[in-house]
Design a protein around this ligand. Sequence first.
Ligand code: CAA
Length: 288
Amino acid sequence: MTIDDIKTICVIGAGTMGHQISLCAALSGYKVKCTDISQEMLDKAGQFARTYLPERVAKGKMTQEQAELGLANLSFTTSLEEAAQDADFIIEAAVEKIDVKRQLFADLDRIAPSHAILATNSSFIVSSKVADATRRPDKVCNMHFFNPPLVMKLVEVVQGNHTSPETAQITMDLCEKMGKTGVWLKKEIYGFLVNRILAAINHEALFLADIGIASPEEIDTAVTNALGHPMGPFRLMDMTGIDLSYYIGMELYKETRDPKDKPSPLVVEKYAKREWGRKTKKGFYSYE
Ligand code: CAA
């Protein structure tokens, strides 16, 4: 199989990442079926595409034809069977819970054509944790996008011991077709490259806020103005989701048993209050 055999892409999850990954693939000429257990999430994803595309055209960033093609290529369904049964490539962007992902990969293995590649967009879970739930571990890898996926250029492709070089190569080629810069990791590591670096920054930022040295706003001001980052760590956590920071910390701690990997008290507090950032209209900042 080569990249030219990929025509239909299935995206699992219409959340923060899934809705934009779907649109990005649809704009790159692929037939995309996006599926989610929540009809409300699918409706929101459809609404996003119908608002975003005309805005891009109005801004002169896209032609009317490109926008129409993107919309025509995109479809939504709550049925996993319908979404995956004729997919050549599947990008799983569901909730960051290992049990959910393992079940999904087992189901996808049963439903999807035998040639289909099953990639996970997980932010930190290596694909060997889900590959053995399938009978095609050679066709399983990580394909990790960054938020917002329509804007951020990087995609991390992680080849585990079980992943065939052909699978990793096709995934890298797909990144290019989607206008992304792929970075190919030939060895698995929890959190890959970028989230490990980001975790180190977030860890220190949360520590400084937790012990009352500076507020989230002050830390963000310091980081944006001194380091030139487009967003400080707290505003970024609000964008990527504090629930995600919580899940990452919990999963990492389960893996390493290192107390420093546990979610910080501030993250635990925000998680418990459902102040998860932009998606709940409140996180470290308010978005009402
Ligand atoms: N969706 C789609 N497009 C968006 C967007 C969104 N949510 N937010 C902004 N954009 C687009 C705008 O349309 C605009 O596009 P054009 O220039 O082509 O017109 C462009 O991005 C700039 O937008 P703005 O001028 O409105 O705002 P900005 O300059 O402040 O940029 C930003 C917004 C792109 C999000 C920028 O702040 C940024 O790059 N922030 C850092 C993002 C980052 O670090 N992402 C990685 C997070 S880590 C992660 O994702 C890990 C993980 O596993 C989840």
